[in-house]
Every structure is written in structure tokens, then in C-alpha cells.
Design a protein around this ligand. Structure first.
Ligand code: BJW
Ligand code: ZN
Length: 246
């Protein structure tokens, strides 16, 4: 495997002169915290059910209790995890750069717990519930939850405040994310398979807007063809190499 330092050393000047950095992150950034990724690996399975079969509105309407059991299990698991060196490296970059925006596909809240100040949750959050009756959204960190959580106001069924397959990204989050990738000079694509759209399209959009695009991953994936440099390795080992004096 290529030495990540050998990839990054010639880029030192590009990195240190960047004034606007955007990080597009995926499940791989939280892997070292103990949060399972979605694809590749038996640990990503829950009760022998594939995430793709649970993360849909159809699955929720068919069997809300089953989908809630999965989310409740994940909430409990994530609550017991801590941000890792990769999350902390993005926070440390804020000291060295005018603006750092994290666009995360993750719903675990670990970037915020690490201290990142500008986080766009592209696929929502495990810690938000939305009422199917009155559409009210609430922040909720109770774990475990009752089997079918109900709205305090109208008694309707609450659903996880995440974006499932076939659902639209929140338009404001979409706009802010497109702005962030279009407006940065350095785009870090970290720990995502680059298979899920429209998130994966943000990497290409960044490239087309003139950013230098670095990908940090164990292996090449769906967006690697668009990036300028691929930095191999676990993100908790490679992202800290970006931080000055690291
Ligand atoms: C490490 C590491 C370490 C491991 N260090 N790296 C055909 C073509 C194009 C699009 C489509 C299509 N058919 C259908 C679509 C659309 C669909 C889609 O993209 N499907 C594809 C799968 C084909 N997209 C949608 O449906 C989206 N909505 C939409 O299109 O709406 C249209 C619309 C418009 C207007 C009105 C209505 C509708 C919504 C997508 C929502 C995705 N939601 C999920 C679940 C969120 C909630 C939850 O968490 O439960 O989001 S799915 C899941 O995948 C989750 C993730 O955020 C997302 C991306 O996964 P990610 O982060 O890339 O993780 P993995 O596991 O895939 O990869 C991990 C990576 O880490 C790997 O690369 C490893 O190598 C690496 N890694 N350890 C560094 N230590
Ligand atoms: Zn309600």
C-alpha cells in the first residue's frame, strides 16, 4: 500500500494555503470509533437484515416496530462510542483555516461531539425524531426509546429524522452543501463508498468548481475517478497528517 505521507508531502503547500476547506464524510470516518459501516463486512448486518432493506419509507410503513428496533439499537451503540482522531483532526483544522465545513452523510452526531462548528447533516440525524402526524421535529437522546415513540403534541407516530432511500435531501441542507463544495479550495472526501447519490455527486461538483480533492479511504470507491489524490489508510491515522505540526 502507498505510504499516505508520500501522497501528502508534495501537497503540503496546497494544504496549508487553503482558506476554505470542506470535508465530505461517510461511515468510514466513524469506523475507528466502533460504529459499523453500511457496506462491506458482516458487522454491518443487524439481525441478518441488510441496511438497504430497513432504510426506506416502505420498510417503516410495513413494520415500524422493526425499523425502530434497528434505530434504537444504533442509538444505544453510538451513545457508547467516542469521536476518534479523524473527527478531532477536522476540528484542529479549524484553528489553521478560515473556514471548515463538514458535510456528513453520517447520522451519528460524532462530528458535533468532537467540536466541529459547521456541520451539515446531509442524511439527517439519529438524534432527531419527526412526527408523521403534525411533522414536528424534536431532538431526543433517550436510549432506549419506547418501542413506538409517540408525539407529545398530537400522539402521532414518530419516525427517525433521517433521510431514507427515495426521500429528498432537506432543500436547505442541499443548498448549503452544494455551496460548501463549490466554494472551497480543498475538498476532503473521507470514508465514503461514494455509491449513494446525491451525496456522492458533491465530490464531483467540488472538483468541477476547481477545488483540490483528496480522498481518504481504505480502498478506492465510487468517486475515486474524480479525485486528485487518493490517500490510503484508516482515516483516524491519515486525517491527522493534515493538521499542521501533527
Ligand atoms: C474507511 C474506514 C476507515 C471503512 N477509514 N475509510 C441509481 C443511480 C443513482 C442513484 C440512484 C439509483 N437508484 C436509486 C438511486 C437513488 C438513491 C441511491 O443513491 N441509491 C444507490 C444506492 C444506487 N438515493 C436516494 O434515494 C437519495 N434520495 C434521492 O435520490 O431522492 C430523490 C428525490 C428527489 C425529490 C423528491 C423525492 C426524492 C437518498 C439517499 C439516502 C441514503 N440514506 C442512508 C441511510 C441514512 C439513515 C441511516 O443511517 O439509517 O444513508 S443509506 C446509507 O448510505 C446512509 C449513508 O449515509 C449512505 C452512504 O454510505 P457511506 O457513508 O458511503 O458508507 P458505506 O458503508 O457505503 O462505505 C463506507 C466507506 O468507508 C467504504 O468506502 C470503506 O472502504 C470506508 N472505510 N473503514 C477510512 N477506518
Ligand atoms: Zn405530532
Amino acid at each position: 500500500m502507498t505510504d499516505p505521507l508520500a501522497v501528502l508531502a508534495p501537497l503540503r503547500a496546497t494544504i496549508t494555503s487553503s482558506t476554505r476547506i470542506c470535508a465530505l464524510t461517510g461511515a468510514g470516518i466513524s469506523a475507528a470509533s466502533g460504529v459499523p459501516t453500511f457496506r462491506g463486512g458482516s458487522e454491518s448486518l443487524w439481525e441478518n437484515v441488510r441496511p438497504e432493506e430497513l432504510a426506506t419509507p416502505e420498510a417503516f410503513h410495513r413494520d415500524p416496530a422493526k425499523v425502530w428496533r434497528w434505530y434504537d439499537w444504533r442509538r444505544g451503540m453510538v451513545a457508547a462510542c467516542e469521536p476518534n482522531a479523524a473527527h478531532h483532526a477536522l476540528v484542529a483544522l479549524e484553528a489553521a483555516c478560515d473556514r471548515v465545513t463538514v458535510v456528513t452523510q453520517n447520522v451519528d452526531g460524532l462530528h458535533q461531539r468532537a467540536g466541529s462548528r459547521q456541520v451539515l447533516e446531509f442524511h439527517g440525524s439519529l438524534w432527531t425524531l419527526r412526527c408523521l402526524g403534525c411533522r414536528r421535529e424534536v431532538e431526543n437522546h433517550v436510549t432506549p426509546l419506547p418501542p413506538l415513540p409517540a408525539c407529545d403534541v398530537c400522539g402521532g407516530l414518530m419516525r427517525p429524522g433521517v433521510v431514507w432511500f427515495g426521500e429528498a435531501i432537506d432543500p436547505e441542507v442541499m443548498r448549503a452543501s452544494v455551496d460548501a463544495v463549490g466554494d472551497c479550495d480543498l475538498l476532503l472526501v473521507v470514508g465514503t463508498s461514494g455509491l449513494v447519490y446525491p451525496a456522492a455527486g458533491l465530490a464531483r461538483a467540488g472538483k468541477e468548481s476547481g477545488a483540490t480533492v483528496l480522498e481518504f479511504n481504505l480502498e478506492e470507491g465510487g468517486v475515486s475517478a474524480w479525485v486528485d489524490h487518493f490517500v490510503p489508510g484508516s482515516a483516524d491515522a491519515t486525517l491527522p497528517l493534515l493538521v499542521p505540526e501533527a
